[in-house]
Write a protein that binds this ligand. Structure first.
Ligand code: GDD
Ligand code: MN
Length: 367
């Protein structure tokens, strides 16, 4: 792919961004002077007439030949709008960016450069440190939490600095690969594209940028979108975390059952009975997780994984225990509640360690 020939399609989903259209198009025009590009705006019939404003601005700037405005009726949603744009773009490289200038058009060239150089299939604009300046403190926390959760639940996003980014570029080929299985929900289309197109980590490059403050209009991210995002993550995770929880609950019964049999029925000393109960539950959890939760992860040795599973549960048990003591003794939180929080944290740690260390190998058929 030579840089002269590759056509760049810039996909911009918009909802009520009228006041941003002129500065956006003007900055893209300046930034891409001399390049072969098109801009695809996908607007959901914004009441503020964003679509008209975009066409008007394109005419004023003399780039009407490069700007497509697609207007959807009766449909809303950032991800589906992006997919619509990708479907209607005819470039070799697709760039997805917000229409509110929080993503600087001046960064487009460096964003696509790893793709042009054939070093990457996907290039992500990532925010780091000061790069978060355009986000409120609360939004920063939400963004970090979402990113951490995604790294725990989706092995493909583990090494990505900012999987929540809405500023990224991809080869058209990646979209073609993902297309058939896309089920876009809410805001996070990047996650979906990476997971569904099975983009290997080494084909993903990151480019740092500063997320600017919004100058006009307001954010459309609300609690419904946050809920949507969580549901979306669970789907992409194929509900492994819930299966893992079910197995964990079954383990409580195994643990108690064996303890009861051993201590009350067989009269074995408590210290040994307790250990038997715990070990039985670890083994039964391990077997059930192997055939149920992580059934697609068959690479590597069964015994090796079993050893790692023991280590990973030990940490969960310690976290549970420590949380209980710290919360109840130092912070005077009620004991049962402290324990509940401890169990939850221990569980999350357990799950994370299982994803990361125990059933870590992705076998070829996992998508
Ligand atoms: N067509 C369409 N339909 N566009 C939408 C919709 C919709 O329902 N909702 C939002 N958009 C457009 C907005 O008009 C804007 O151009 C872009 O999508 C981003 O929306 P914002 O509402 O500005 O999102 P944000 O700034 O809160 O969130 C941004 O940062 C997040 C990371 O913190 C986005 O880039 C997110 O994708 C990103 O995850
Ligand atoms: Mn924004």
């Amino acid at each position: 792919m030579s840089s002269e020939k590759s056509k760049i399609s810039i996909i911009v989903p918009t909802f009520n961004e009228a006041g941003n259209m002129h500065p956006l198009l003007s900055r893209i025009k300046n930034a891409l002077e001399g390049e072969n590009y098109e801009i695809v705006i996908v607007d959901d019939s914004s009441p503020d007439k964003t679509a008209d404003k975009a066409l008007e601005a394109a005419r004023e700037l003399g780039i009407e030949g490069r700007v497509k405005v697609i207007v959807r009726n009766g449909e809303r949603g950032l991800s589906t709008a992006v997919v619509k744009g990708l479907e209607n773009a005819d470039g070799d490289i697709m760039v997805v960016m917000d229409g509110d200038l929080q993503h600087p058009p001046e960064m487009i060239k460096s964003l696509i450069s790893p793709i042009i150089k054939e070093e990457a299939e996907v290039s992500i604009g990532v925010r780091r440190g000061k790069g978060y300046q355009g986000l409120s403190f609360l939004r920063r926390i939400v963004s970090k939490a979402a990113s951490t959760l995604s790294k725990i639940l989706l092995p493909q996003t583990r090494n990505i600095t900012d999987p929540m980014s809405g500023f990224f570029a991809l080869k058209k080929e990646v979209f073609r690969r993902a297309r058939g299985s896309l089920n876009p929900k809410g805001f996070k289309i990047l996650l979906e594209l990476i997971v569904k197109a099975n983009v290997p980590r080494e084909k993903i490059k990151e480019v740092e940028f500063v997320f600017e403050r919004r100058r006009w209009g307001e954010s459309k991210l609300n609690s419904r979108e946050v809920f949507n995002f969580l549901w979306h993550l669970l789907n992409l995770n194929e509900f492994r975390i819930l299966k893992f929880m079910l197995v964990g609950i079954s383990g409580i019964f195994v643990n108690e059952g064996v303890l009861w049999l051993s201590y009350y029925k067989a009269g074995i000393m408590l210290e040994l009975s307790a250990a038997l109960g715990i070990e039985s539950s670890i083994l039964s959890n391990y077997l059930l997780n192997s055939i149920f939760t992580f059934k697609k992860r068959k690479a590597g040795s069964f015994i090796g994984r079993m050893a790692r599973y023991h280590i990973s549960t030990a940490i969960g048990v310690l976290i549970n225990y420590a949380t209980l003591l710290v919360l109840s003794k130092a912070l005077h939180v009620e004991v049962l509640l402290s324990n509940l929080i401890g169990i939850f944290l221990g569980f999350v740690a357990n799950y994370a360690l299982s994803e990361r260390f125990v059933w870590k190998e992705l076998s070829g058929d996992e998508t």
